[in-house]
Design a protein around this ligand. Sequence first.
Ligand code: B12
Ligand code: SF4
Length: 498
Amino acid sequence: MTVLLVNPPSLSGPPGARESFISGQKRRLTPQQYYSLPIEHLGLASIAAHARSRGIEVDVVNGMVEGHSSVAETWRAIQDVARRRGRPRLIGFTNIDTFDELSWLVERCRATWDDARIALGHNFATLNHQRILRGWDAIDYVMMGEGEVSFTLLAEAVLNDRPVDEVPGVARRADDGSVTATPQTVVNLDELPWPARDELPTVLREGFAGAVYTTRGCLYRCTFCGTGAVGDLLGRDRYRFRSVEAVVDEIEYLHRDFGLDFVAISDDLFLAKHPGMQERAGRFADEVLRRGLEISFMFDARVDAIGDLKLLAHLRRAGLRRIFVGLETGSYEQLVAYRKRHVTADQDPAARINAVNELGVEVIPGTIMFHPTVRPAELRQTLRLLKATGYRTPYKLFDRITAYAGTPLYHEYGAKGLLTNDWPIGEWEFASPHAERVFAEVKAFVTGQDEADFAAAERFFLERVAEWEAAEPDRGLAHQHLPVASTTAAAPTTAGQP
Ligand code: B12
Ligand code: SF4
C-alpha cells in the first residue's frame, strides 16, 4: 500500500523526435545559463516532507528530473515503485503545461489499479477544477492551492477508508454529479517541514540549481499569470512569507549537507517595491553575511523593485549573482494591457537593467516577444530590452505568450475570439499574417540549426521585421513604446555573462 506523487516528464521537441526536459534545456541553453535553473519539484517535495512527518510513506516519481524521454518511461517508473512498495492507494499528480502527458498516465493508473484514488494539484488544476472533474472521470479529486496539509489529510482519510468530505481544499464530484469544494486552510509557512530533498543530488549532478522558497503567492495580478489568478480565486490575502532566519537556516543546511554553493530563490515575488519587502531583503543579506555563509543566489523581482542600488549592492555582497526580471515587452501600452505596470510611461527598464549589471549582478530576462496583435515597433523595442540584459539565446527571439487556461488573458482571448484551441493550453492566431510569417521564419531559422548563433538569429529577425515594416508600415504608433535610455549596452559582469 503506498502513496505516490508524480510529475510528468514534460517532453519537448516535435512528435517523433521527443526529448527529455533536461536534454531540451541543455540544447537551448549554455551551462552558464542553466546552472541557475531550479528543476526540483519543491511543491511535491514539500508535500512529501509534510506527509512523511505525519508517518505516511510517500514516493515521488518526477519524470522531469529523472530525465525521462517518453511518458512510457515515467509509467515504467511508477510501476517499479508499485512493485517495490505495493499497490498504490492514492496517486497525486502535478501539472503546469503537461496535461496531455498526465492524462495518458492517469488512464494507465486507473486501468491498472481501479480502486486507487487519483488527485491532481497546482495552479492549472485549481483554476480549472470544474472542467477537469466534469470531463475526466479517472480523476477523483482536484486539490485547491497549497497541498501540504490537504494532501496529508486526504492520504490519512484514503488509507484509513474514511470519508474525504471534511478534508480542506478538495474539489470532487458530489453524488448528484455537481462539483463541490471544501475551503482551503492557510498554513503558517514557518511551521511546515523543509521540502524532502530526494531529487537534489540528481539536479546538482545534471548542473542545474537547488532551490528554496521564501514566500508564496503574489501581490500583483498580471493577466497572463497563474499565480495571480489563483490568488484571486482563493482570496487576496494569499501573499505570505517565511521568516528570514528560517530561510537562512534551510540554505545553511543545503550548503552543509549537499555542498550547495548556489541557491535559486524560487518565489514568484521575492522582492517587491513595498518598503516591508525591501527591508526583508536587506535583513536576508544581513543574516547571510552575519553567518559567513559562502553561497551565491538569485531571485525573481519586478522592475519596480530594483531601483534601490544600495540594497542591491548589499545583496551583491551577500552573494546575489542573478535576478530574473519579468520585463515582458518594450511596449508601454502592452504592459498596461497585461496589467504589468512596473514602469511609468516615461521610465526605461533598460536604465535599471544597466544599473544592476554595473553592480556585477546579471539580469535574466523574462520577455514575451510575440502576442496576437504585436507590431514591428514592439518587436524592435522588446529586442532592445532583451539585449540590454546581455542574455543571449536565440530561442528568446520567438517566445510567444501562452494563454494558460483559467487566467484573465485566456478569458480575454476567448472573449475576443482569438483562441483557435482552448484546451489544455489556449492556442491563438496572429491578427496580422506578417506577424505569423516573421514568427514562423525566425523559429524555423533558430530550430533548424544545430548550434544556433544569437548574432545571426538577431540579423535574420531584424531583416524579417524590416520586410514586415516595408509591407505594412506602422503609422502613428511610435508613442506606444518605452523611451530609450542613454546607455543600452549590457555592462560586462563578473559571473561570466554568456
Ligand atoms: C521552479 C519553477 C520551475 C522549474 C521547476 C518546475 C516545477 N516542476 O516545479 C522549471 C524551470 C522546470 C519550470 C518550468 C516551467 N514553468 Co515554472 N516555475 C517555477 C517557480 C519559479 C517555482 C516553483 C516552486 O518551487 N514553487 C514553490 C512550491 C512549494 O510550490 P508549488 O510547486 O506551486 O506547489 C504547491 C502547490 O502548487 C500545490 N501543488 C502542486 N502540485 C501539486 C500536486 C498535488 C497532488 C497537490 C495535492 C498539490 C500540489 O502544493 C504545493 C505545496 O504547497 C514557479 C513560481 C512559483 N513561485 O511557484 C514557476 C511557475 C510554476 N512556472 C510557470 C511556468 C509557466 C512554467 C513553464 C510552462 C515555463 C515555460 N514556458 O516553459 C515551464 C513548465 C515546465 C513543466 N512542464 O513542468 C508558471 C505557471 C503558471 C500557471 N499557469 O500555472 C509559474 C507559476 C510562474 C508564473 N508565475 O508564471 N518552472
Ligand atoms: S508580478 Fe509576477 S507572479 Fe505576480 S502576478 Fe505578475 S507575473 Fe505573476
